[in-house]
Design a binder for this molecule. Structure first.
Ligand code: AKG
Length: 464
């Protein structure tokens, strides 16, 4: 439930984001931010930036006929919003897209539908609209003065400006689904209008029901519709701990690594952010490359249309390309560890891409072992991975609640005690399976090959 300011009123689960003043020593602030694990708002820290004067109308007049893609979504109280939208999060795959100029966008915002070109197909009162996630280096390619209006110097990042920033321009209610960015931490400057950020600490992940569908590199989405949660389907969300803040123009929000966030414009809004790389990103890129190969292989094999599982801003390539990403991520880790000589460029840390000359040379010189698909399969099917996955699969299927598990087929050693107990109590008196429980260790032992499970049985003795 929300109060009149739009903030959550369940005090037990609600924290306000700390507001702090900008300190005068940027180098010190940089170090502080790179280590900080709680969000913070720097009150009015961007209010003197040149871009703090920007309005949607100003941008429209500067950009002239420049066209970009806008994202449209049915407002939740719109009768044409379908029922599933209210039950699960509204993802970008639920949205529609249209290209237009910013001038046409302003006309649409102001209700001059007839002058809004192709945007006129979206009824003003039934939709919100978002020009989101626009790299300023691309959108403002021919407008250097706009790119030069942004500088993160006062936070200790003088090397970051408009070329390293992203701009988000939306109508009231335009929102970004709740997600984590797996790379880096984030600084967000609110330029125009008010915007509400709802943040959840990394330890709230299980209350947010993470999913990698729709797939986007580095984005883990929550299945929960944050503003209209389906608590029967997502009961743990009821106890989620949230941090909320309304950003006003000039405020700068710091979002620490792996904090979940759901973001909604309270009125027409412009914001600009920069994602700051962290040391841990090297390993995160390896994880992301592994996830990419897995998700792509399974979804392609399933034959699902890409529009249903690939986030609209993501591009999907071939398996060979995915293996190239994996190799690239691994070589960046190696390089970061100082294992591989290179000529000083940081090209390998860029993403995506395939093998470049230097990477090929590293492979040729045996400095890096390029994984094959078989290697990757062997990593993915390592017993501990399969056990962990089996636990997840059983949980997902609700089987840990039932009494009919083919116990011999799974290694209980690493199972959560609650699942282990359910499994044990459901099998202890079943005569058709030859087994016994060790009283002392509480582990299953002496698993016999029983015909129904013959092919998949594992020898429990060896695990004790
Ligand atoms: O402003 C938004 O709508 C989303 C911003 C976001 O997700 C981010 O900066 O990581």
């Amino acid at each position: 439930m929300a109060d009149e300011r739009g903030l959550d009123v369940n005090k037990a689960h609600h924290r306000e984001v700390e507001r702090i003043s900008l300190i005068s020593n940027p180098e010190k602030l940089r170090i502080h931010l790179l280590e900080r694990t709680e969000p913070a708002v720097f009150d009015g820290a961007a209010s003197q930036w040149t871009c703090s004067q920007w309005t949607p109308e100003f941008l429209a007049s500067e950009l002239g006929d420049l066209r970009t893609r806008f994202r449209f979504c049915a407002r939740e109280n719109n009768s044409s919003a379908n029922e599933t939208q209210c039950k699960t999060a509204i993802m970008e795959t639920d949205c529609e897209f249209e290209e237009a100029s910013f001038g046409e966008f302003i006309q649409w915002l102001n209700g001059s539908i007839e002058r809004s070109g192709r945007l006129s197909r979206f009824e003003r009162h039934n939709f919100w609209c978002y020009a989101d996630y626009k790299y300023m280096a691309e959108l403002f390619k021919d407008f250097p003065h706009l790119r030069q209006s942004v500088n993160w110097d006062c936070f200790g990042f003088p090397e970051r400006g408009g070329d390293e920033s992203t701009i988000w321009i939306g109508s009231a209610e335009a929102s970004t689904p709740c997600h984590i960015d797996t790379y880096g931490c984030n600084l967000v400057a609110q330029i125009y209008g008010n915007k509400k950020w709802t943040l959840f600490p990394p330890d709230q992940t299980s209350n947010l029901y993470p999913t990698r569908i729709p797939y986007e590199e580095s984005s883990v989405f929550s299945q929960v519709n944050i503003t209209n949660p389906h608590l029967t389907r997502f009961p743990a969300f009821a106890s989620v701990v949230r941090h909320e803040v309304i950003l006003k123009p000039g405020d700068v929000l710091f979002v620490p690594k792996k904090w979940w966030h759901y973001v909604e414009s309270l009125e027409t809004s412009i914001s600009i952010n920069t994602w700051i790389e962290l040391e841990s990103d090297h390993i995160e890129r390896v994880k992301e490359a592994v996830i990419r190969t897995l998700v792509c292989a399974l979804k392609k094999e399933e034959g699902a249309s890409e529009v249903t599982w690939v986030n609209p801003s993501e591009e999907i390539g071939t398996h060979i390309q995915n293996m190239g990403y994996l190799h690239q991520a691994l070589s960046a880790v190696k390089q970061n560890m100082g294992d591989v000589d290179h000529n000083g460029s940081d090209e390998e840390s860029k993403w995506p891409g395939n093998l470049d000359e230097r990477q090929q040379r590293d492979i040729d010189q045996n400095k890096i072992v390029l994984l094959s698909t078989d290697d990757l399969i062997n990593c993915m099917t390592a017993p501990e991975v399969i056990t962990a996955m089996t636990v997840q699969v059983l949980k997902k299927s609700g089987i840990s609640q039932t009494s009919d598990l083919p116990l011999e087929c799974v290694d209980l050693k690493h199972w959560p005690s609650q699942v282990k107990r359910t499994v044990q109590s459901s099998h202890i008196d079943r005569p058709c399976y030859e087994h016994k429980v060790s009283e002392s260790s509480n582990e299953w032992k002496n698993i016999q090959k029983h015909p129904p499970c013959k092919r998949m049985c594992i020898d429990k003795e060896s695990n004790n």
